[in-house]
Design a protein around this ligand. Sequence first.
Ligand SMILES: [Zn+2]
Length: 430
Amino acid sequence: MTGPTLYLPPPVALNGEVAVPSDIQSVVGSLRFDVRARVAEASVTVTLRLEGHAGWPVFDLRQDIDTASFDGAGLPLEALRHHDMGAGHDARMRAVEVDCDAGSRHRLDLRYRLGAPGATGARPVEWLDDGVAWDLWMSDLEPGRYLEMWVPANLCHDQLYIELHVEVAGSSRPHVLLANASVEEVEPGRRWLVSYPPHYTSLSPLLVLVPADQVVVHRQEVAAFGPGGSVTVAALADAGIGVDSAAADATAWLSYFAARYGPWAHGDHFMAVIWGAERGMEYDGATTASPAALEHEVFHSWFGRGVKPARASDGWIDEAMATWATASRRAGGGRYGAERLGLDEPPALLCPPHPWARHTPRESYVAGSRLLAGLADMAGGAAQFRSALADWYRQYKNRAATSEDLERHMSRWCGRDLGPWWGRYVYGRS
Ligand SMILES: [Zn+2]
């Protein structure tokens, strides 16, 4: 799919060959969960096009591949190895070790069984008594923690069409599949066809699969989304909050953020899956969250998935903004901080410099929020700074933005060149 080619990382020389960024156009496949055998089998077809260079096309998949073919011919697994692109082993990518012409189109077919993804903190498919629980559970904090954990995908700049047939077999329990996608229930409780919108990237899709007796699903119309607009809230058994209460909280925040920062950017629907676990994540117009994190995650539908990071290394922006605008006590300054920031506080590296870097540093929450509190002070206070965020959203909604874009934007709102502040508190220069 077309994407903002501006943010492509450069080709990388590998053993005398050149690995080049590819434009992944579609990822179409089937995932079959055999509960009795406790095996999940994946069969996926990727169509891709080389960008402006000839060489080995790059993608990622953090699963062990069983068989592969490229343009219809069998491919040895050694020809799909991971390589360090210069940003470290954790940020490794696979290259198809076949010389391809610039601009050429190709098809890659892969078969594999879903194991624990090869990425820090990733969780495997959870096999239950006569059932299965599975969640894409992505994270910005570690490389390789987007869609590529489960199916082949690109870096997060690339828009790709994702279509998955999902089947639960060998179980007497009906299951529920939740996704921020068009979901056709092919066989009730057992088989679904999930089609994500073609503007999604590897950090967009939510998918949760659970036994139906483990979840309560509540759907209500929401006027803020226009006629037919709705919110779906699903509460898992351990959520610790009633589904009606969670839906009331979610719709209140949706209304508030829309009023303060600008109109909803994700069609006519919002989805939240609520559970008791600490882990949670933002997706396009959707979230998985604990009740305590719900406000933070709903905010990300504006900042993070409404305005998306252009590169993984721009992901700090969303966490800094979400912390500044929704935190209670966790972060320095708390919610809506406005506090003088000179050039004498400890430097912070929030935007990793390598073009193949793929993570958001953990300092982004506290140090990023501290930076924004400093900007709020320069801009004339917290209310003025919320207007600066609304203006940022208005300009970049449904687009991707870089750390440099934010520097330019905030320099205007703060009435000064923020270069020295970006140097010290974004790029970590002392
Ligand atoms: Zn967040």
